[in-house]
Design a protein around this ligand. Structure first.
Ligand SMILES: Nc1ncnc2c1ncn2[C@@H]1O[C@H](COP(=O)(O)OP(=O)(O)OP(=O)(O)O)[C@@H](O)[C@H]1O
Ligand SMILES: [Mg+2]
Length: 1078
C-alpha cells in the first residue's frame, strides 16, 4: 500500500519561529530570544529563508539517525522542521535533477560546528546517493579522507578541542545519475606556526600525540621516538591530554583511514618518518660560540638528535649541521656565506620544521586527491563543501588572523552578493516590483585589504620586497600613510586625528573595522610571516635527503633549478587562492550554513546571549533577514499555500477545482486580507508582513481545531454507529446462536425424554413379550417335563417288570456272546475231517445251541460236500448226477434204493465189444450204448423168467438173446410211456408201452434186474433228454400191465424165506400176477 503522504510544514509545531523571516518584530533581541528558545528545546537549526543557522549543541542529539535521513529524503525544504539534512537534500536534489552545481558554504567562528556540519552534509549525501560496490568505495574514500586530514590539520585550541587549522574546500563530483565519482580537496593556509609553538592551553597538531600514544614499540623504535611527550620541545605539556579523546585509538583510525583512502604501506610509513623528523627537529638546541673575528656563531649542543634525524631522513649529517650554522645569499653570480647566531639558528630550525610539516600536509592533500579523483572524463556535476576557519578576534591578532578575517570578509561579500542577487532574481522571475534594500556592503573593507595599488596586502608585499631595512614598524608607517583616510582603517600614528587620543589603540597596532567587528592587529611578525622565508641552505640540504618524500617536498633545493626570483609571499599566495575560490563559488548555487557557538565553555545547555549576539552581528544575520524580508517577509508557491490554508474558505474547502493561484486569490479575498499586505507573483504568493502569515496560521489552527472537532464528531458518530451496528449484529448473532442453542437443548431434552419413554415402553413391551415367552417356555418346559415324567412313568410302569429281566438279558446276552464266542473258538479246534461221509461231529456243548449246532453241522457238511464236489471230473459228475437223480426218484420210495447207493452205475456191465458172441449185435447197433446188461424177462404167460440182454441206446430199447445175441425186440423210446415198480426190496419193474405202437403188440414188458435203480434212472434220463418228456415212474405194490389184450395186475406180496432170497413170480390167473418178495 502506498504510504499516505502527510502534508506537513515548517510551520507545524513550531518552537518560536523556524524561519527568522517570520520574526515579528525583528530586532536583535527577538532574534536572540528566538534562537535561545529553540536552543533550549534542542532545536539547534533555524532558517533565514534558505540559509540554515546552526547552534552548536555540544552534545550528541538523536537527530542524525538513518530514520531521520529517510524523513528528510525527497521532502521539500519547508516541509519539515529546520535541519541541516533539509539543506543537504535540497542541494543534492537540485544538483541531480536540475543539473545545477552546488556549493555549501559553512561559516562561523572556531568551535561553532563547521567541520561537524560539513561531515553531516557529506554523510547525508553519501546516504541518499546511489549505491553499489564501486560507488560505495568512492563514498568510503571521500568520508575517510576526513580523519586523515583532521589528524594532520586539526589541533586542540582554547576554543575547540578539534579545531581545524586549515581551510578546506572539497568538491564532490557526481555523474548524471547523482552517483558520486570522486572529489577534489583544496586546502588553504595551514596554521604552521603551531608546529613550533602553541599558545597556552593549546596543543600541537593531533598527529604528534596520536603517533606517540598509538604507535607500537616497534614502530616507535624504528622512528627513533620515545613515547614520553615531555621529551619533545615542540609538544606543549600543559594540555597534552584532551578530555574524552583517545589519541591511541584515533591513531589506529587514522592508519585505517589512510589504508582505505589508498595510501600504500611505505607511503604511510614515510609520512610518519617526516612527522618524527619534525618532532626531533624541535629537540636540536644551539649554544653560542664566539668566533675570532668577533662574529656570533652557534653550535649544536647535542649532536645525537641531529644524527638520528639524519639517519631517519637519509641526509648527510655534516650538510645539515652546516645548514644550521651558515646562510648563503646569492645575488647575481655572487655567493656570500654568513654565519648564523643562536637566534638565527633557532629561527632556521623552526622555519625548517614549519615548512617540512606544512609541505607534508599539502603533499597529503594531493595524495588524497590522487586517490579520490574521478576516474572518468565524463561531464561531472559538482557539490563543493567549504569548511574554512571562521572569523577570529583574539587578544593578540597577528598575520594569520588578518588573513583569516580577510577570507571571511570575502565570504561575507559573496554571501551578500549572492543572496541579494538571488533575491533580486526571484523578484524579477516572479514579476514583483523590486524595492531597494538598505544593507551594509563590505566590499569597501575587502578593497582596503586586497586593493592592488594601496591595499594592505599590497603594501605588505611592497615592504617585503623593498631593499633596505624592512621591519614591521616601517610597514605600519607605510600603512599609516596610505590608508589613513580609509573609513575602516584605524591607527594611532595615522595622520587622521580621530585616533590620536584613542588609548585603546596601541602604537604598534592597526585596527580594521571588519563587517563583523573591529579587530586590532599586532603588526609584529607581519613581514616575516609574509616572507615565509626558508634559508636556501636548508632547502638544499633537504633536497639532498635520500628519503624520497622529503626530497620531493623541497624541489627548490635542487641546485640545477636555482631560482633567484623570490617566491611569492604568503599574503599574495593566499589572496590568489581566495580569488580563485571566490570565482569558483560564484559559478555555483550557494547554500549557507551559518554556525553559531552558544558558549565559550564547550558546554551543553549554556546559551551565552552576549556571545551569540556578537556572532549574529558579525555574521550579519539580521541584515540577512532584512534582505530576505525586503518588501515581502514570506513567499510560498501557490499550491502548498492553497493546500495549507484552503480550509479557511468555503469555496476552497475541501477541494479547489481551478488553478491554485485563483484559489489563493479567492481565499485571501474571503479572509479580507488587505490588498497591500500581499502580492501575486508568477508562481508564488508574497506576503509583506509576518503578522499576516501568523494571522493565517492562527486562523488555520482555529479552523483545524474546528475541523478536528468535526472529524472527531463524525468519527465518534461513525465509531458509535459502527459499534452500535456491530453490537446489533452481534446481538442478532448471539440471539440466533442462543435460540439455536435453546432449541437444540429443548430438542435434545424432548429427544432424550422421548427416548426414555420409548425405552420404557420398549422395555415394558419387551418385558411383556419376555414374560409371555418365558411363560410359553415354562409351559413348554412344563409340558415336556410333564410328558417326560408321564412318559417316564409310563415307560417305567411298562418296563418296571422288565428291569431285572432286562439286566438278566444283558448278562444273558453277554454270557451268550461269550459262550458263542467260546463255542466257535472250540469248534474251530474240533472240526471233523473234510470227508463227506464222515459222520463225526463234535458233541453239542449247550442245549440252547442245538439248532445252531445242527445248522452249523449242515453248513459244514454242505461246504465240505461242495469242496468234495469241486474235485470231481465231468465223468464223475455225470455219475453223481445220475446218483442224485436216482436219489430224487427213489429215495424213501423204494426199499431197494439204499442198497443201490453204494453200487457204482456202470452201465455197460456186458462188454459187447470184447465178447465176440455179441459181434453181430454190436454191429447192429450204431448208437451209443447206455446200458448193456443181462436182465430176466418175465414171461407174460407163466411168469417164468428168461435171460435177455437189455440194451438202451439214445433212442431205442433193445432186447437181445443172451446166447446168440440176436435182437428180440426193439422199442423206440418214444413209445415207452411209463415204468412201474414196487416199493419193496425187489428188482422187478414193468416198461409200459404206448398203446397202438408196433412194439406194444405183445404188450408191456416185465423185467427183473439187480440194477433196477440204475436202469430206471438211466431210462428216465435218456427219455427226458430225447423226448423232453418226463418218464412216468410209478412206485406201487399193485399196478396194471397190458399183456396182449389183457390188463394184468401185478401184485407184490410178502413171500416166505424158503424160496431163498430171490423173489418169485407166479401168474395166478389172466388177471393177476403175484410177485412174492422175501
Ligand atoms: N551538530 C553537532 N552535534 C553535536 N556536537 C557538535 C555539533 N557540532 C559541533 N559539535 C561539537 O562542537 C565541537 C566543535 O565543532 P567543530 O570542530 O565542527 O567546530 P569548527 O566550527 O569546525 O571549529 P574550527 O573553526 O575550530 O575548526 C565538535 O568537536 C563537537 O564536539
Ligand atoms: Mg573545523
Amino acid at each position: 500500500m502506498a504510504k499516505m503522504e502527510v502534508k506537513t510544514s515548517l510551520l507545524d509545531n513550531m518552537i518560536g519561529v523556524g524561519d527568522m523571516v517570520l520574526l515579528e518584530p525583528l530586532n536583535e533581541e527577538t532574534f536572540i530570544n528566538n534562537l535561545k528558545k529553540r536552543f533550549d528545546h534542542s532545536e539547534i537549526y533555524t532558517y533565514i529563508g534558505s540559509v540554515v543557522i546552526s547552534v552548536n549543541p555540544y552534545r550528541s542529539l538523536p537527530i542524525y539517525s538513518p530514520e531521520k535521513v529517510e524523513d528528510y529524503r525527497n521532502r521539500n525544504f519547508y516541509e519539515l522542521s529546520p535541519h541541516i539534512f533539509a539543506l543537504s537534500d535540497e542541494a543534492y536534489r537540485s544538483l541531480r535533477d536540475q543539473d545545477k552545481d552546488q556549493c555549501i558554504l559553512i561559516t562561523g567562528e572556531s568551535g561553532a560546528g563547521k567541520t561537524e556540519a560539513s561531515k553531516l552534509v557529506m554523510s547525508y549525501v553519501a546516504a541518499v546517493c546511489g549505491k553499489g560496490a564501486e560507488v560505495n568505495q568512492v563514498k568510503e574514500q571521500l568520508l575517510q579522507s576526513n580523519p586523515v586530514l583532521e589528524a594532520f590539520g586539526n589541533a586542540k585550541t582554547v576554543r575547540n578541542d578539534n579545531s581545524s587549522r586549515f581551510g578546506k574546500y572539497m568538491d564532490i563530483e557526481f555523474d548524471f545519475k547523482g552517483d558520486p565519482l570522486g572529489g577534489v580537496i583544496s586546502n588553504y593556509l595551514l596554521e604552521k606556526s603551531r608546529v613550533v609553538k602553541q599558545p597556552r592551553g593549546e596543543r600541537n597538531f593531533h598527529v604528534f600525540y596520536q603517533l606517540l600514544s598509538g604507535a607500537s614499540e616497534e614502530l616507535l623504535s624504528k622512528l627513533k621516538l620515545e613515547r614520553d611527550f615531555s621529551r619533545y620541545n615542540y609538544l606543549s605539556l600543559d594540555s597534552a591530554k584532551v578530555n574524552g579523546v583517545d589519541d591511541a585509538a584515533n591513531f589506529r583510525t587514522v592508519r585505517n583511514a589512510m589504508q582505505i583512502v589508498g595510501f600504500l604501506d611505505h607511503e604511510a610509513e614515510s609520512v610518519l618518518e617526516v612527522v618524527a623528523a619534525v618532532l626531533k627537529l624541535g629537540n636540536i638546541e644551539f649554544k653560542p660560540e664566539s668566533r675570532v673575528n668577533g662574529l656570533d656563531e652557534s653550535k649544536i649542543k647535542d649532536k645525537n638528535e641531529l644524527k638520528e634525524i639524519c639517519e631517519l631522513t637519509g641526509i648527510d649529517q655534516s650538510v645539515l649541521e652546516r645548514a644550521f650554522s651558515f646562510r648563503t645569499v646569492e645575488a647575481k653570480q655572487e655567493k656570500v656565506s654568513t654565519t648564523l647566531n643562536v637566534a638565527q639558528a633557532y629561527y632556521a630550525r623552526d622555519a625548517l620544521a614549519k615548512n617540512l610539516y606544512s609541505r607534508l600536509f599539502s603533499w597529503l592533500v594531493n595524495r588524497i586527491n590522487e586517490s579520490i579523483k574521478a576516474q572518468t572524463k565524463v561531464r561531472k556535476k559538482v557539490m563543493g563543501v567549504l569548511d574554512i576557519y571562521g572569523f577570529e578576534i583574539f587578544e593578540d591578532n597577528s598575520f594569520e588572523q588578518f588573513i583569516i578575517n580577510y577570507c571571511n570578509e570575502k565570504l561575507q561579500q559573496i554571501f551578500i552578493e549572492l543572496t541579494l542577487k538571488e533575491e533580486q532574481e526571484e523578484y524579477i522571475r516572479e514579476d514583483i516590483e523590486w524595492t531597494h534594500i538598505d544593507y551594509f556592503n563590505n566590499a569597501i573593507i575587502c578593497d582596503l585589504i586586497e586593493n592592488n595599488t594601496n591595499g594592505i596586502l599590497a603594501m605588505l608585499d611592497e615592504e617585503c620586497l623593498r631593499p633596505g631595512t624592512v621591519t614591521d614598524e616601517t610597514f605600519l608607517e607605510k600603512l599609516n600613510q596610505v590608508c589613513a583616510t580609509h573609513q575602516h582603517f584605524e591607527s594611532r600614528m595615522s595622520k587622521c586625528s580621530r585616533f590620536l587620543n584613542d588609548t585603546s589603540l596601541p602604537h604598534s597596532c592597526f585596527r580594521i573595522q571588519h563587517y563583523a567587528g573591529k579587530v586590532l592587529y599586532q603588526v609584529e611578525g607581519f613581514v616575516d610571516k609574509n616572507n615565509d622565508l626558508l634559508y636556501r641552505d636548508l632547502s638544499q640540504a633537504m633536497w639532498k635527503a635520500s628519503h624520497t618524500l622529503i626530497k620531493s617536498l623541497f624541489p627548490e633545493g635542487n641546485p640545477a633549478k636555482i631560482n633567484l626570483k623570490r617566491p611569492p609571499t604568503a599574503g599574495s599566495q593566499f589572496k590568489a587562492s581566495v580569488a580563485t575560490l571566490m570565482k569558483n563559488l560564484q559559478t555555483k548555487n550557494p547554500n549557507y550554513i551559518r554556525c553559531i557557538k552558544p558558549n565559550d565553555k564547550k558546554a551543553a545547555h549554556i546559551f551565552n546571549e552576549a556571545l551569540v549576539c556578537h556572532q549574529i552581528r558579525y555574521l550579519g544575520l539580521l541584515e540577512n533577514v532584512r534582505v530576505r524580508r525586503a518588501g515581502y517577509a514570506f513567499r510560498q508557491a501557490y499550491e502548498p499555500c492553497l493546500e495549507r490554508y484552503k480550509m479557511l474558505c468555503k469555496q476552497t474547502w475541501p477541494h479547489w477545482k481551478g488553478p491554485a493561484r485563483s484559489g489563493v486569490e479567492v481565499l485571501f479575498n474571503d479572509l479580507e486580507i488587505p490588498m497591500e499586505e500581499y502580492s501575486f507573483g508568477r508562481s508564488k504568493i508574497f506576503i509583506r508582513n509576518p503578522r499576516t502569515l501568523f494571522k493565517l496560521e492562527d486562523l488555520r489552527k482555529q479552523r483545524l481545531e474546528d475541523l478536528a472537532t468535526l472529524i472527531q464528531k463524525i468519527y465518534r458518530g461513525w465509531k458509535c454507529r459502527t459499534h452500535f451496528l456491530l453490537m446489533k449484529k452481534s446481538q442478532i448473532v448471539i440471539a440466533a446462536w442462543y435460540r439455536r442453542y435453546a432449541q437444540q437443548k429443548r430438542y435434545q431434552q424432548i429427544k432424550s425424554s422421548a427416548l426414555v419413554i420409548q425405552s420404557y415402553i420398549r422395555g415394558w413391551k419387551a418385558r411383556k413379550i419376555l414374560r409371555e415367552l418365558k411363560h410359553q417356555k415354562r409351559c413348554q418346559e412344563a409340558v415336556t417335563t410333564i410328558a417326560a415324567y408321564w412318559h417316564g412313568t409310563q415307560v417305567r410302569r411298562e418296563y418296571r417288570k422288565f428291569f431285572r429281566a432286562n439286566a438278566g438279558k444283558k448278562i444273558y446276552e453277554f454270557t451268550l456272546q461269550r459262550i458263542v464266542q467260546k463255542y466257535f473258538l472250540e469248534m474251530k479246534n474240533k472240526m471233523p475231517s473234510l470227508s463227506p461221509i464222515d459222520k463225526n461231529w463234535p458233541s453239542r456243548p449247550y442245549l440252547f445251541l442245538d439248532s445252531t449246532h445242527k445248522e452249523l453241522k449242515r453248513i459244514f457238511h454242505l461246504w465240505r460236500c461242495k469242496k468234495y464236489r469241486d474235485q470231481f471230473t465231468d465223468q464223475q459228475k455225470l455219475i453223481y448226477e445220475e446218483k442224485l437223480e436216482a436219489s430224487e426218484l427213489f429215495k424213501d420210495k423204494k426199499a431197494l434204493y439204499p442198497s443201490s447207493v453204494g453200487q457204482p452205475f456202470q452201465g455197460a456191465y456186458l462188454e459187447i465189444n470184447k465178447n465176440p458172441k455179441y459181434k453181430k449185435l454190436k454191429d447192429a447197433i450204431e448208437e451209443k450204448i447206455i446200458i448193456a446188461e443181462v436182465v430176466n424177462k418175465i414171461n407174460r404167460a407163466n411168469g417164468k423168467s428168461t435171460s435177455r440182454i437189455f440194451l438202451l441206446t439214445n433212442n431205442n430199447l433193445l432186447l437181445a438173446d443172451q446166447k446168440s445175441g440176436q435182437i428180440k425186440s426193439e422199442v423206440p423210446l418214444v413209445d415207452v410211456t411209463k415204468v412201474s415198480m414196487s416199493s419193496q426190496n425187489d428188482g422187478f419193474f414193468a416198461v409200459h408201452l404206448k398203446e397202438g405202437s408196433e412194439a406194444a403188440s405183445k404188450g408191456d414188458f416185465l423185467f427183473s434186474s439187480d440194477h433196477l435203480i440204475e436202469m430206471a434212472t438211466k431210462l428216465y434220463r435218456t427219455t427226458l433228454s430225447q423226448t423232453k418228456q418226463k418218464l412216468n415212474i410209478e412206485i406201487s405194490d399193485e399196478f396194471l400191465v397190458q399183456f396182449r389184450q389183457d390188463k394184468v395186475c401185478v401184485k407184490f406180496i410178502q413171500g416166505n424165506q424158503k424160496n431163498g432170497s430171490v423173489p418169485t413170480c407166479k401168474r395166478k390167473n389172466n388177471r393177476l400176477l403175484e410177485v412174492a418178495v422175501p
